[in-house]
Design a protein around this ligand. Structure first.
Ligand code: BF8
Length: 627
């Protein structure tokens, strides 16, 4: 098979040829090298939780050595994926909370959205009158940090959900307690000799996932907005052609904005700009990848270099002076690819050290100086670039990014008749949905997965949905696929959207696919659906809104899928999770959950069929919604 057929991105195809010529191995070569993947692993019924194993379940050996059957083994593996994903998202939020605790008027980290801080403080009964904004920030940070380990009570973010949804959680007993407690409970319950009941394992998974969505991720988003500013719409460009031959190219890859925000500042430092000139460059060009890319594009318009599957290919351009990473979604393979060029692969977090990288620790206490040191390394590396090895592909697309909930409401105010309706609400969106001008809303989110063709499912599904007047919001690498393929440009409404959606886009002044941020920002999507449900006095499961992860791959995505379903939003996956080894797991996740939480999973690895199912399900949901 031609490896270039494993991606629909034409820039990636050009660089795969170059990688071959340069003798560089990429994920696509490794994919072809794996003739077939382990069938037990694919089905989720390989248990290596204790030292007696691994035990692999088949008709001939239907139980592990301890007697665990396929349902127990699949359920435990699934729950551990949810715990892993929740830990990653929530630890990200914890770091942001620590950063907020360090904020000060004269320091590296300042409060950029005071109104959001005051609103949150009031919600949390923090005294705000006659107090210094930084004292308020520090108290809010301390309260947020308590959410990780408080001994009593449930998440303080649950109250942002509609009352009816809160009742569902109470009734099914999935209100999450402290975040770390939920993660620890899963790790304990899935230890050898604990929970051996698939219903229980899925129940635990949902409760922990809610600690991710309605606590860790929501906290990450809100505190990031307070510290770095709530995103507003801004223009940018996407795909590897954003690299510039005459400049020092620095790629920001990973997740947490505390590092990338400082790099953005450091890249504007006059001393470093002068140094760039001295080494013969026309300046410093920053570009983002994965969710760090989303964080910096929606707050600063930093260009999007590419998505998860393009991280190695970005280095194959030979034009990258430094790839700077923090945590999550970083291929260990980058060290080897960087070695084939002059690129410095800089790791910065003690949580993600990678053999073969240059480790320059980033600390929030010394943030600006650390960031300057890292950028300086990149600038000094410009002189080592081998011009003969440079190939920057040609394609890029324009995009508008940065649609926070506030930005969406602000845009909707453009069409509010101020004589009749108050501004600052979701009423215009509700009117469009109720009247049927918009048939529904879909969040198309998540990663790239080598099980499919990179970007194909994302782009196919988004195009089908907008053609059928379903407005799309997107985060993560899905958002980057949309941006790369021109779906986040205002022009896309006329090119690809149905008549209803195209009209709305034109009136409101938005593209048909809205960039809502990074993966933790799926909490923005929860908030938007909650706002519509509250406006209509409905539950979230009554709204014609769906979640879709066409190319998901990470444990975080499993946690996200679970909390989206537990929030009452039907969720569609383009990649089968490792649960098919247990018929009961499939029955519960893809069926019975609907009775309990009002939503379920649907999986189809054919993206055309999946899109058709989604459109038809949204129409079915409208029957109840229109009443
Ligand atoms: O939050 S960057 S590959 S998991 S979608 Fe997926 Fe992309 Fe990773 Fe990290 Ni986001």
């Amino acid at each position: 098979m031609d490896k270039k057929m494993l991606t629909i991105d034409l820039n990636s195809r050009v660089l795969l040829d170059k990688a071959e010529k340069d003798g560089v191995e990429t994920m696509y070569d490794r994919k072809l090298g794996f003739k077939s993947q382990c069938g037990f692993g694919l089905q989720g019924n390989c248990c290596r939780i204790c030292g007696m194993g691994p035990c692999r379940i088949s008709p001939k050996t239907p139980r592990g050595l301890c007697g665990a059957d396929e349902h127990v083994i699949v359920g435990r593996n699934f729950a551990r994926m949810v715990a892993g994903g929740t830990a990653a998202h929530s630890d990200h939020a914890r770091d942001i909370a620590h950063t907020l605790a360090l904020s000060s008027r004269d320091g590296n980290y300042k409060i950029r959205d005071e109104a959001k801080l005051i609103a949150l403080a009031k919600d949390w009964d923090v005294e705000t009158e006659d107090r210094d904004i930084y004292d308020i920030a520090h108290e809010v940070a301390d309260i947020a940090l308590m959410e990780f380990g408080k001994p009593h009570g449930v998440s303080r973010f649950l109250k942002y959900a509609p009352k009816k949804r809160q009742e569902v959680w109470k009734q099914y007993a999935i209100e999450p307690r402290a975040i770390d407690r939920e993660i620890a409970t899963i790790m304990h319950s899935t230890h050898i000799g604990c929970t051996a009941d698939i219903d229980s394992l899925i129940h635990l998974s949902l409760r922990t996932s809610l600690a991710d969505g309605w606590c860790g991720s929501m906290m990450g988003t809100r505190l990031s907005d307070i510290l770095f500013g709530t995103p507003t719409p801004r223009r940018t460009e996407a795909n590897l052609a954003v690299l510039e031959e005459s400049k020092v190219n620095i790629l920001l890859h990973g997740h947490e904005p505390s590092l990338s925000e400082m790099i953005v500042l450091a890249a504007e430092d006059p001393e470093l700009l002068e140094l760039a000139k001295e080494v013969g460059a026309d300046g410093i060009n920053l570009a983002g990848m994965c969710c760090t890319g989303n964080e910096v594009t929606m707050r600063h318009g930093v260009k999007i270099a590419g998505d998860f599957h393009q991280q190695e290919l970005a280095l194959v351009t030979g034009a990258v002076e430094a790839m700077i990473v923090d945590v999550q979604c970083i291929f260990p393979a980058l060290a080897k690819v960087a070695d084939c060029y002059h690129t410095k692969f800089v790791t910065t977090s003690p949580k993600a050290k990678i053999t073969g990288s240059t480790y320059i620790e980033f600390t929030e206490e010394n943030a600006y100086e650390d960031a300057k040191k890292i950028v300086k390394e990149a600038v000094l590396n410009f002189k080592n670039r081998n011009k003969e090895k440079v190939l920057i592909p040609e394609l890029k697309s324009a995009a508008t990014v940065g649609f926070s909930v506030e930005a969406v409401i602000n845009k909707l105010d453009n069409v509010v008749n101020s004589q009749i309706d108050p501004a600052g609400t979701v009423k215009p969106l509700v009117d469009c949905l109720k009247s049927g001008v918009l048939r529904g809303a879909a969040a198309v989110v998540g990663c790239n997965n080598a099980k499919g063709v990179s970007n194909e499912a994302h782009v196919t599904i988004m195009k089908e949905l907008i053609k059928n007047d379903i407005i799309v919001v997107s985060t993560g690498c899905g958002a980057q696929a949309a941006a790369k393929f021109g779906l986040m440009d205002e022009d896309a409404a006329q090119k690809y959207a149905g008549k209803g959606l195209a009209t709305v886009c034109q009136l409101v002044g938005i593209p048909p696919v809205l960039h809502m941020g990074s993966c933790v920002d799926i909490s923005r999507i929860l908030e938007t659906v909650a706002a519509v449900a509250n406006y209509l006095d409905m539950d979230m499961c009554d709204i014609p809104a769906v979640g879709i992860a066409p190319e998901w791959m990470s444990e975080k995505a499993v946690a996200i899928g679970c909390y989206v379903v537990a929030s009452g939003i039907d969720t569609y996956l383009g990649i089968m999770p490792p649960v098919t080894g247990s018929s009961r797991a499939v029955e519960i996740l893809c069926g019975e959950l609907e009775e309990k939480v009002g939503a379920k999973f649907t999986v189809n690895e054919n993206c055309h069929e999946l899109a058709a199912t989604i459109i038809s399900d949204i129409e079915k949901k409208r029957v109840h919604f229109e009443k």
